[in-house]
Design a protein around this ligand. Structure first.
Ligand code: ADP
Ligand code: MG
Length: 255
């Protein structure tokens, strides 16, 4: 039997400029259902812009983006944003709202009230105590806040999870734990996930597939294994060289 299920996410010749700045310069790729993809690259390479084309936080200048086979340009925004969970680079919790209200904001904007039980379930998914629900964001640690950001992104039962440098501001231990948790949730909730990160170690350890972006184009598209074997070209190998050298130095010290 031929598998006719469309890819969860497809980009065709996607282009986006801000005035004279060509942020995304023709990206084409398909992400099948269930894949965990890391999108890495230097600051300013266009990662956030590419991610934002999916739920139409930016409009395209050219090309198209398909979600489950449908052009996102033709989908009603509330339905699209409900199906696509988004964890923002800057967390972006509303300071005057409680944790529970922050988690429920997406469904609320779509005209639906989240039950207390559902909020408790979402908190449990990201390993936060139920008692956190009534706190305000400023009474949480950075890691707890980012967990709330993930719970909020999952509130609408999305099929696609997009995360823009979700753990960038966290200490290494918290960051590692939260990365592992998200990778588990990806499997348990049957998600397709795209995570932007500038950390190649995190990409190699968490993702099934690593995309490397440079100056608005994808310059490498490889599995972590292939990258560690030396494939993907100069830019990708430049990024892999850092964790590789660190691992070698640590191994040396442990001898
Ligand atoms: P990354 O997430 O990889 O750091 P971005 O997608 O944020 O890259 O940015 C790509 C390029 O587009 C950069 O040169 C950035 O300065 C520019 N850019 C991003 N957002 C805007 C904006 N709203 N207005 C003008 N320029 C922008
Ligand atoms: Mg960015």
């Amino acid at each position: 039997m031929i598998d006719t299920e469309p890819a969860t996410l497809e980009f065709f010749e996607v282009r986006k400029s801000y005035g004279p700045t060509e942020a995304v310069r023709g990206v084409s790729l398909a992400i099948p259902k269930g894949q965990f993809v890391a999108l890495v690259g230097a600051s300013g390479s266009g990662k956030s812009t590419l991610l934002k084309t999916v739920n139409r936080l930016v409009d395209l200048d050219g090309g198209s983006v398909l979600f489950e086979g449908a052009n996102v340009a033709g989908l009603p925004l509330p339905a699209l944003r409900r199906r696509v969970g988004y964890v923002f680079q800057s967390i972006g919790l509303f300071p005057h709202m409680t944790v529970a209200e922050n988690i429920a904001i997406g469904p609320r904007l779509a005209g639906e009230k989240l039950s207390q039980d559902r909020v408790a379930e979402l908190l449990e998914l990201v390993e936060l105590e139920e008692g956190m629900a009534q706190r305000k964001p400023d009474a949480l640690s950075g890691g707890q806040r980012q967990r709330v950001g993930v719970a909020r992104a999952l509130a609408g039962q999305p099929r696609l999870l997009l995360m823009d440098e979700p753990f960038g501001a966290l200490d290494p231990v918290t960051r590692d734990a939260l990365g592992e948790r998200v990778r588990k949730l990806h499997g348990e909730l049957d998600l397709t996930t795209v995570m932007v990160t500038h950390d190649m170690t995190e990409a190699l350890l968490l993702a099934d597939r690593v995309l490397v972006m440079e100056a608005g184009v994808i310059v490498a598209d490889e599995t972590p294994h292939a990258l560690l074997e030396g494939r993907g070209g100069a830019t990708a190998q430049g990024l892999v060289a850092v964790p590789r050298a660190q691992a070698e130095r640590l191994a040396e010290l442990a001898r």
